[in-house]
Design a protein. Structure first.
Length: 190
């Protein structure tokens, strides 16, 4: 079985919406506004590219990332790895040709089958709605969270408000940085 890892930039109050400056959001770009950049705080991002063997996204994140990541040196590791997009609306014509092999999955059952197969870790970037659905379906195995010292109020959240049984997490790695960021890596306890 493969490990499904959710990775996110997240505010202290759980918001993951528009961390990189995506237009049209109230707090767009909150990861770099008024927060000192410390390279060591983002070391986990490079490690994710080295350790992951595939990338999983929802349609909205795929469309945003595929427009810029293929040509960015910082994300070169993702260019060559297989990518999976979970969408009921994206067609083959909506895939870009310069970002390597991409497969469209139509359901969480297909994600579960991918996870149950052979291979290494699968990393989930962005994709707030997909993350909530994956979590609610019990498909996420690990969380890589870079928690920013901000309260953003409104915005898409990483975790759903679904009424469900408590899900225990085990903290397996953590670090706090001088700029207030915290790295928290949690394994989901089954």
């Amino acid at each position: 079985m493969r490990t499904l890892i959710s990775t996110a930039f997240i505010s202290l109050d759980g918001v993951v919406e528009a961390p990189g400056g995506e237009p049209g959001y109230r707090n767009s770009g909150w990861t770099f506004k008024d927060i000192e950049f410390l390279p060591e705080a983002f070391g986990i991002k490079g490690r994710e590219q080295e350790e992951a063997t595939a990338m999983l996204m929802g349609r909205t994140s795929y469309e945003a990332f595929s427009a810029v990541w293929p040509d960015m040196e910082d994300f070169a590791g993702y260019k060559v790895m297989p990518k999976y997009v979970v969408s009921t609306t994206l067609g083959e014509g909506g895939l870009v040709s310069n970002w390597g092999e991409t497969t469209i999955l139509r359901s969480l059952d297909e994600v579960a089958a991918l996870r149950a197969g052979e291979g290494g870790p699968i990393i989930v970037h962005g994709s707030a709605s997909l993350n909530r659905d994956l979590s609610d379906a019990g498909l996420i195995d690990r969380y890589h969270l870079l928690v920013f010292p901000l309260l953003l109020g409104a915005g898409k959240r990483l975790f759903s408000a679904t009424d469900k049984d408590a899900q225990k997490l085990k903290l397996v790695e953590h670090e706090a940085y001088a700029n207030g960021l915290q790295k928290n890596v949690f394994d989901v306890v089954r």
